[in-house]
Design a protein around this ligand. Structure first.
Ligand code: B16
Ligand code: MG
Length: 212
């Protein structure tokens, strides 16, 4: 029986993927290369340093030391945080806010399961910090999606077993992580086409059709 719903953040609750992309693009242009829009979907759900490696596939310069890579990731994060700083509660749709409230009314516990180290900052900006019963994010994990760690921690923080939880994800890596953690998975957006997802939803509020 499902008792808990674990939500991915970027691409599910908020659309910060556009800010990630703009920040990576700016970092790339300072290094003298262009970032293709096609790269964007490969960045979903993967950690900052793994994203950097994907972005640097387009860089043709001399190889970069670990220290330089960390400086580039910091630079990207500073640009990204400037976009985040301008977020407001209007960056969350009424449908998302009302669906979360309805899930609570129906007795579900809800958690966040995000790879981002900026997750709590984003939740504060969009006035959702008090809504989640638990938060598992990039600050409490050692392995990122498709490893299940972030979702297993979320279930643990909710006091539930993996089998009692369903994950809502926009990334293939996130659906793989949920399945590796023995959880049900609902795909939204691009992940809605993924055959490993147990449920495919077109709109966020469609969750209420099967989470009765
Ligand atoms: P940060 P999610 C992920 O968020 C993003 O989809 C991914 O593009 C990003 O690299 C990752 O967080 C790390 O974010 O640099 O803020 O720590 O989809 O897992 O909520
Ligand atoms: Mg995501």
């Amino acid at each position: 029986m499902i008792k808990g719903v674990i939500f991915d953040l970027d691409g599910v609750i908020v659309f910060t993927d556009q800010f990630h992309f703009k920040a990576w693009k700016q970092m790339a242009s300072e290094l003298g290369f262009c970032l293709d829009e096609e790269v964007n979907h490969r960045l979903r759900g993967v950690s900052r340093m793994e994203s950097l490696d994907i972005v640097l596939e387009g860089y043709k310069g001399a190889s970069l030391s670990q220290k330089k890579k960390e400086a580039l990731a910091d630079k990207k994060n500073n640009i990204y945080r400037e976009f985040l700083a301008a977020m407001t509660p209007d960056d969350v749709t009424d449908q998302v806010r009302e669906t979360l409230a309805e899930l609570h009314r129906r007795g579900y516990r809800i958690a966040l399961g995000s790879s981002s180290k900026n997750a709590r900052f984003i939740l504060e900006k969009v006035a959702l910090a008090e809504v989640f019963d638990a938060v598992s994010d990039g600050t409490n994990i050692t392995k990122s999606k498709p490893d299940p760690e972030v979702f297993l921690k979320a279930a643990e923080y909710l006091g539930l077993c993996p089998k009692e939880c369903i994950v809502v994800e926009d990334a293939y890596a996130g659906i793989d992580a949920a399945k590796a953690g023995n959880m049900l998975a609902a795909g939204i957006g691009k992940a809605g086409e993924y055959d490993k997802a147990d449920y495919c939803i077109k709109k966020f509020e469609d969750l209420l059709d099967f989470l009765k």
